[in-house]
Ligand binder design. Sequence first.
Ligand SMILES: C[S@@+](CC[C@H](N)C(=O)[O-])C[C@H]1O[C@@H](n2cnc3c(N)ncnc32)[C@H](O)[C@@H]1O
Length: 247
Amino acid sequence: MTADEDGYFGEEIAATYDESSAERFRPEEVAPAVDVLAGLAGDGGALEFGVGTGRIALPLSGRGVPVHGIDMSRAMVARLRTKPGGDAVAVTVGDFATTRVPGTFGVAYLVFNTINNLTTQDAQVDCFRNAAEHLAPGGCFVVEVGVPALRRLPPGQSAVPFGIGPAQWAFDTYDVVTQAMSSNYVTIADGRAEHRSIPFRYVWPSELDLMARLAGLRLRDRWENWKGDPFTAESDQHVSVWEKPAR
Ligand SMILES: C[S@@+](CC[C@H](N)C(=O)[O-])C[C@H]1O[C@@H](n2cnc3c(N)ncnc32)[C@H](O)[C@@H]1O
C-alpha cells in the first residue's frame, strides 16, 4: 500500500475505519478522553490534529465545545461530515505539522498514536511548534501515544509479530537507529499474498518533552490513560499534557 493525496487514509481505509477501530469507539474509551479535553478547553475551544472521522471531535462538539479539526484525508473528513453533528465541526484539509487555522484554542490534541504518522523528528518538532502557536496563554497540548515497545525486540531482531493467522500475518518492524518503524499486513487469499505497509516514527516520552520545550511548552501531567492512572515503567501508552505559560 502506498500513500496518495489522502496519505495512508484514502477511500479504502476510510470506508471501514470506524468498524476496524470499533474498540476505540466504545463509550468507555471515548467518554474519559472527552471529559479531559472538555475540561482543558474551558471557554477557549479545541483544535484536533488528525480529526479523522470525528471519533473524539463529534462528542466533544456535542458537549458544547467549539472544535476545529485538521486532517490531510478528504476521504476521512467526508465520513465525519455525514455523521449527526458533523457540520458543527470546522475542518481544514492539510498537514497538521504546518497548517495554520484562524484563532487560538484552550486545548490542541493529537490522539490514537497519530504523532507517529509523522515519520521524521523534524516533522514531529514542527507539530509541537504548530500546536503551541495555536494555543492561548495557559492553553494545553495533549498527546495520546504508545510507549515504544522495544522491550519486545530481542537483540539482533527487527520485527515483532502481533497477529499471525491462516489468512493474515501482521508484524511491526523497528529500526533502532533512526526510530523508523512500520506496521505490516500480509493477507493471503486464493494462494496469493498482498502486502500492506504503513510507515511510522516511534518517539519516547522524554523526547516529546524536549519537543514541547523547544515549542515553549512545559509538561503539566502524564498519565497512563484518560482516567488519570499513574504512568509507570509498565505503562504501554501515555496521555501527556503540556502547558503554554500564561502571560
Ligand atoms: C489513526 S487516525 C485517527 C483519527 C481520529 N483522531 C481518531 O482518534 O479516530 C489518524 C488520522 O490522522 C490523519 N493524518 C495522519 N497524518 C497526518 C498529517 N501529517 N496531517 C494531517 N492529517 C494526518 C489521517 O488522515 C487520519 O485521519
